[in-house]
Design a protein around this ligand. Structure first.
Ligand code: HEM
Length: 406
């Protein structure tokens, strides 16, 4: 056979290609063999079944089918589960193990927060019932009180002369606090109880409308309420410090159980001081927790508070996830609000229907002189330059002392 130089070149080229192809295959095989052994060391694949293979069949989706009814149990296709479902990994995640994320929001590293379930149950069951019992209990107590005592009258009848009790600025401050509070209370209670008690009566559409409007009102009225609180402190704090009349007033139950007992008091009696400080302190606390709920994750007070309380023997957790702080804030906000609403029920009753002549103080600002002498004898004496009445002594409480101005 005659081999030309051209044919020789071709043969050399083919041999070289063959060698390179074989060498390439060998390298690839070696690399993949190494990779497989490395993978086998790290991951043990669970046995695959037809339910955990990611299906690529048409129609497979994480979305429930369009035909699924609102509120019905989710009908998510089982084929969407990830291919490698390691029960240990998911067990850890389910119990709150945090992972690492490369996005700025580090909270996203926590996929499942199990305490959230406790919080939800506490909110939907314990707080729900607690609030109901507090509010119904106060209403029941007021009804019983009214049936037993009736409306508290001015024992000596109206004098016909009046005294200025609250200046315009004081009345404006009172209503600036009171009106937003009532709106906050109603819209807040709707968030807690509306779905169970209002929705079935007015239907989904109307309930959605009032709840959305209520949410906006709740957020904005909070600022008016807070302003009212600040003004109240400025105007009234000096009248709400403990004084020599308070103990006698408390011992006599404020005289509200009898027409004949009128323990003297200055501008505010001990009962009003309790209302004042409850409104200011609980109001400030509700405002703070409300702001923290309005601006999520901006304030996280519980870990530090718990750490402080632990100095006194408690063993409260001091490592809290941001989401736990939010849950505790919501719990606190709801509980303190419900207690204050209950107290304000009683205040509204006494300040309006429950006591003759009381509402005038906050309406016109002028109160009947006899009303003023029966409920605030020391204040009247101070205004008129008369001698101060003696505080009610323990003996006098027992013997149903007559009003000091008799
Ligand atoms: C909405 C119906 C309300 C009525 C009819 C009402 C009525 C009154 C009246 C008559 C007084 C003056 C009592 C006096 O002359 O000694 C008063 C005082 C006061 N009110 Fe109201 N009030 C209402 C709501 C509220 C609300 C919602 C708050 C706060 C959240 C509030 C906080 C106060 C405070 C702190 C005082 C001074 C302390 C006291 O008298 O108890 N009020 N209110």
């Amino acid at each position: 056979m005659i081999i030309t130089s051209n044919t020789k070149d071709m043969l050399v080229l083919m041999c070289l290609s063959l060698v390179m192809i074989l060498a390439g295959d060998l390298t690839n095989n070696l690399a993949s063999a190494q990779q497989t052994s490395a993978e086998e060391q790290v991951i043990t694949l669970p046995p695959q079944s037809s339910t955990n293979i990611l299906s690529s069949s048409p129609g497979s989706s994480v979305r429930p089918p369009a035909s699924q009814k609102w509120g019905a149990p989710a009908d998510v296709p089982t084929t969407v589960l990830p291919q490698e479902s390691d029960p240990t990994v998911w067990g850890l995640i389910r119990h709150g193990r945090k992972g690492l994320v490369s996005i700025p929001n580090q909270r996203a590293g926590l996929l499942v927060q199990s305490q959230g379930q406790d919080w939800r149950a506490f909110r939907n069951d314990s707080i729900f019932k607690f609030g109901g019992w507090v509010l119904l209990g106060i209403i029941a107590a007021l009804v019983v009180f009214f049936l037993a005592r009736g409306r508290i009258k001015i024992s000596h009848g109206r004098a016909g002369t009046t005294i200025l009790r609250f200046k315009t600025i004081e009345r404006m401050t009172h209503w600036l606090t009171a009106v937003p509070f009532v709106i906050l209370a109603l819209t807040g209670l709707n968030l807690m109880y509306g779905r169970d008690y209002i929705l079935p009566i007015i239907g989904h559409e109307a309930f959605a409308d009032i709840t959305i409007a209520g949410k906006w009102l709740h957020n904005f009225m909070a600022f008016a309420f807070m302003l009212g609180l600040v003004l109240m402190v400025v105007l009234w704090v000096r009248h709400n410090l403990w004084d020599k009349y308070d103990w006698g007033w408390i011992r006599a139950g404020g005289g509200i159980f009898s027409d004949d007992v009128h323990p003297p008091a200055r501008k505010f009696n001990a009962g009003q001081k309790i209302v004042f400080w409850a409104v200011i302190l609980a109001g400030a606390s509700i405002s703070y927790s409300g702001l923290a709920l309005m601006f999520p994750f901006a304030m996280e007070p519980f870990a530090a508070t718990f750490a402080f309380l632990n100095n006194f023997g408690t063993e409260l957790p001091t490592q809290l996830e941001p989401i736990q702080e939010m849950q505790l804030l919501q719990t606190w906000h709801a509980i303190v609000a419900v207690i204050l609403i209950g107290l304000i029920f009683a205040h509204i009753y006494i300040g309006s229907f429950g006591m003759e002549g009381a509402i005038d103080a906050m309406w016109t600002g002028e109160v009947d002189e006899n009303w003023a002498r029966e409920h605030h004898a020391a204040w009247v004496a101070e205004l008129k330059g008369e001698p101060e009445p003696e505080p009610l002594s323990f003996e006098a409480v027992g013997s149903a002392e007559k009003p000091s101005h008799d």
